[in-house]
Ligand binder design. Structure first.
Ligand SMILES: [Zn+2]
Length: 149
């Protein structure tokens, strides 16, 4: 299960709207909790460094290294990532399973063209990437949005 504050949830969905028709991406920072469960404490919006940002996302290595450094200094760790699927459901794509080199939690928001805003965020789902016997699996997990603290 992943737990995230309402403000952070809205923030990553807003990022998905703004990035449309491209994919957005960012990191989820949290504290280690119960095995398989994470409480997101901060989210870090990133530039999408993919060669074709409309169909994929990539966080530059130097960005990732900096986020890791800064989060460690504050007692947090990268517990996963978020990204968006423009004009596609919030289900994992083939590359979502093949690309990530981090086990952890992956939040996906689907977004469609909007009138007032570039994009309108639709459903948001979360998955947990597991490595089992050398093969990867993305398991749907409960996403709990917490009221303001
Ligand atoms: Zn994806």
């Amino acid at each position: 299960m992943i737990q995230i504050a309402r403000a952070h949830f809205e923030q990553l969905r807003a990022h998905a709207s703004q990035a449309y028709p491209n994919e957005c991406c960012g990191a989820l920072l949290g504290e280690p909790g119960e095995p398989g469960s994470i409480r997101v404490r901060e989210i870090v919006s990133c530039e999408n460094a993919a060669a074709k940002p409309s169909t994929g996302y990539k966080i530059a290595d130097e960005d990732l290294a900096r986020i890791q450094r800064e989060s460690r200094a504050r007692g947090l760790q990268i517990c996963g990532f978020y990204h968006s699927h423009p004009d596609h459901p919030a289900d994992p794509s083939a590359s979502d399973l093949s690309d990530p080199c981090w086990t952890g939690h992956y939040i996906i928001t689907s977004v469609v063209a909007g009138v007032a805003a570039p994009g309108v965020a639709k459903e948001t789902k979360s998955y947990r990437l597991l490595l089992e016997n050398g093969s990867r699996r993305l398991l749907p997990e409960e996403l709990q949005v917490l009221p303001e603290e």
